[in-house]
Ligand binder design. Sequence first.
Ligand code: 6PG
Length: 495
Amino acid sequence: MEPVNPPNGPSADIGLIGLAVMGQNLVLNMNDHGYQVVVYNRTSARTTEFLNGPARDTNVIGVETIDQLVAALKPPRRIMLMVKAGRPVDETIRLLTPLLDEGDIIIDGGNSYFEDTIRRTEELVRKGLRFIGSGISGGEEGARYGPSIMPGGEVSAWPHVKNILRSIAAKVADGTPCCDWVGSDGAGHYTKMVHNGIEYGDMQVIAEAYHLMRVGAGLSYKEMESVFSEWGNGLLDSYLIEITTDIFAHTSADGTPTLEKILDAAGQKGTGKWTVISSLQLGYPMTLVAEAVYARVVSALHDQRAEASGVLASGVARSGTISGLNKGDFIQAVHDALYASKIVSYAQGFMLLQAAAEEYQWDLDYGRIAQLWREGCIIRAAFLDDITAAFARRPDLPSLLLDEFFVEAIRNALPGWRTTVVAAVESGIPVPAYSSALAFYDAYRSGRLPANLIQAQRDYFGAHTYERIDRPRGEFFHTDWTGTGGPATSGSYSA
Ligand code: 6PG
């Protein structure tokens, strides 16, 4: 079969460029919802395979050139790019731009860096075109049957894509789609980036529970499956807990757990790292996600770890095993550590979104963002309803940790959380996410931290000046600590 089902004039509702698995599934999802989609892929063999395979007996049109794609679309043209983030997106836009008319819309549905989206929105608006940078989460399955969609960019494009995007999106229990306009230029891709950072954190807090239960308490895969299955019906009800339960249950042909055969070196495509970089730039703590990114990095130092495991002492009596705790109590403690750490991670994620909204002048609706993540995406979880409720109680909530529900949730989880971190440290099992979340929590609730000493040291060696507790903020002082310094001071600016 030829890749071209010649379109009958401009009849298609939307075009899609990039027929990798996410692109194909989004096309089939749109087709299911009654939209005619015209598709183009750089290698037309893939278009042919798609038309002969998954798209057989659909209304999907396949074309061999970008010109044919543009010609097949009704005005204003809507073209979704599902190509690799970075240069391929710019290159595709470069090819498309001269073929489009004023008001036509390009939607980038990949995991693009938000600053690229800010730039592309401006560049295309200058050319009379409209650009949307949309986060799409949910993997293959989500794309096919209902992803979470986070569009941002040129707002005048929204009414033209709203119906299509909302129809293909996942829906929450009352039918509301997990798709809404997030904000101008890079707001959609930024929100997706934070979603992915939180995804890294969620995966790490789960991985730490697995490590503690398997290595620390010696639970079998069957036992872990049953613990996770129970957790998935409670406070931790979420997609990632659900798939972890399935993973524990999965066995290879030889009857052993499939998980045991997987190399413990984690990969990453960069969105977690971007989240942490942005948090450093904005001066907001994303400590748990940072630890999750670094945990993947450390895991990838596989050969070094193999060597170190032979020479580095643990300093614990019974290396790697948790002693002195009854199994049931220990499992409950780990549950509480996971839950409390997850709360800290989301609190940090929403603090970062708030900081970004201020920096980039986005009018973000935090309760609504939590609902966009409620279904369809990788971090979907019952817990997101509690976040929406918290922002409904107080829209300008500075941190979820200050909301009454989470104050109480953490109060209840704290004993188990501390017990878990202590037991892990005593047993030599790394729990970077649980312990960094606890360190953040303890710092955040401290009325006084030792930063006075940091300020004194900075002033001592570099005359960087300090503020005083008995004087208004913004007044800076310098002490001649050695009696030999002059009166000159360094600037008091903060990066
Ligand atoms: C999603 C996911 C997805 C992400 C993968 C891989 O929301 O559907 O976040 O966008 O690309 O999960 O991420 P890493 O390779 O960085 O783990």
